[in-house]
Design a protein around this ligand. Sequence first.
Ligand SMILES: C[S@@+](CC[C@H](N)C(=O)[O-])C[C@H]1O[C@@H](n2cnc3c(N)ncnc32)[C@H](O)[C@@H]1O
Length: 370
Amino acid sequence: MADLPLPGLSPRPRTGGLTRLFSSRRFQSWAARMPVLRRVARAEGAALFDLVAGFVNAQVLMALIELRVLHLLQDQPRTAPDLAARCAVPADRMQVLLQAGAGLSLLRRHRDGRFSLARRGAALLGVPGLEGMIRHHRALYADLADPARFFASGQDTELSRFWPYVFGASGAVDPDVTATYSRLMTDSQVLVAEDTLRMVDLRGVRHLMDVGGGTGAFLAAVRDTYPLLPQTLFDLPVVVAGAAPAARLTIHPGSFRDDPLPQGADAISLIRVLYDHDDATVAALLARIHAVLPPGGRLIISEPMSGGVRPDRATDVYFAVYTLAMRTGKTRSATEICSLLRDAGFADLQVKPGFRPFVTSVVTARKSDG
Ligand SMILES: C[S@@+](CC[C@H](N)C(=O)[O-])C[C@H]1O[C@@H](n2cnc3c(N)ncnc32)[C@H](O)[C@@H]1O
């Protein structure tokens, strides 16, 4: 595009000139009239508007969830007045909400004026844990209310209170708080376990320990495929209090900051654990894991990863900002994780980019035999 003879503009912009060109109003209106560029310009314009309007889209979605509009449409189409009465919202305002939901392709507007669930709305209700995650976003939304201040300062955040362990609290954590985050994690674990177990073959493993394993949802998914594999669940006492016993499962309460990790597992998993913590905490945890693994023992790390040379919309925006709001969190690239693993003494590092990077990606490592 730099070589196009543009009216009144230099045909060969210098470095940075192309970027300046795109910000020129004259270039934009010229491009919008050119047959070939018109489509690109429109697509760029629409994508830009989507970014500008993104926070409204997310809040429309939140309203549809909180008012249970999506649920009410699960079985049958309904009119705006019907939904208005059921949700205690004035009919004219409900009409705007429903039309907005249809604009976002979550709802479908029928010719007779009724609304029903569109495929995307139906899919949303079917994704395990997604509804809970959307509701939970109230906290992140509040933390981002003043975004410039959010990035400029390490201000107190609602998310750091939602995840009380981020500052090292272990014994004195409110059980209601941990029950809330454990439920959120358990519900959203289904997809993470599904993708992790597609990328990781546990045949040959004699004992798997899941560190920071919550109430055991990942280990339960592992049991479906490897029913005879002995397992240990390690998490804070207040969290594992909510874990259900199972055959061949040992539940070991403790803090990986303060307590020794149990010996005996030849494979250890860390599922959505590292990105909660700063580098010093992660380095100490990896060193402890290296110490308790036998020679040849495996470590499996599974979580969304970001910060790579090719930035990703989901992980570099959503997860990176989310973990930043936790205050101690940090979404890392596979390369950064590998570097921490090497520093802890691990070898045979393997990176498995996720099928759905917004669900998870995997890095595996081994403790050397020698
Ligand atoms: C984001 S959750 C992930 C839970 C589970 N692995 C999953 O993917 O659903 C992080 C887990 O790490 C646990 N955790 C945090 N700090 C810990 C510590 N010091 N010792 C043990 N577990 C800890 C939390 O209690 C929580 O269950």
